[in-house]
Design a protein around this ligand. Sequence first.
Ligand code: FE2
Ligand code: FE2
Length: 277
Amino acid sequence: MRITIICENTVGRLVGLGEHGFSALIETDQENYLFDTGRGRSVVKNSLELSKDLRSIKKIFLSHGHYDHTGGLPEVLKLKGRVDVHAHPHVFLDRVHVIKENEKETKRFVGLPFKRSYLESLGANFILNKDFIEIEKGIFLTGEVPRKTPFEKPDPVLFSEIDGKTEQDTFSDDQSLILNTEKGHILVLGCAHSGMINIINYVIHKTGKDKFYAILGGTHLDFLTPEQLDESIKVLKKMKIEKIGVCHCTGMRAAFRLHQEFGDRFFYGHVGSTLEI
Ligand SMILES: [Fe+2]
Ligand SMILES: [Fe+2]
């Protein structure tokens, strides 16, 4: 099995374009899968530069409805044609990012930037799930993750719009991917809006196994409270995690802390980074 980061904020090799977003290609002996699609400017370009054929994917998994994970869908669909796209029903919610600076409020749309019908016309076959499910043998999606830890709080600048009402975004659609391997789970996170520790605990609860070969993807650890970062690191250090390859919305300060704490077990998931097992 090989996992390759196709879209990410930074480029670590001589190939690819960086963009604020995330996408990872999972290649197994049987099939290939795409987890998220980046923002849209780099997914096809980077796949070609990395000699990955997106026409080979069997399914697309969406971690949540933010533009930086779903914006590349049309580009991928134009290449691939009809394909199953697994997501939570709330993936289509309107999302906004609101910041107040010097009394001035700036609102930016950050949801899935395309209509469902347009994506379907390009070949997307949406399969909507809220629950923890086994997609194929040894491949699971978490569905909605229960919020349990007291220190993992919602991002205060992110909102969703339901029936014309703007509310704090609870990201019920946030889901992660689990690949079962003989060395332990590989957990692929989109933005971990449900809380990285909540997600890990839920995976342990649902699978009955607490050994992680690797945790990859966006963790959102640098955007919330310092308490969340400290508490999350404390918990992570007690867990059985062999490799930790964060990127995207982790933020550099949190990534540096994780590097300090995890040493050689840490790697940064730039565009083109691979994990093989
Ligand atoms: Fe993101
Ligand atoms: Fe996000």
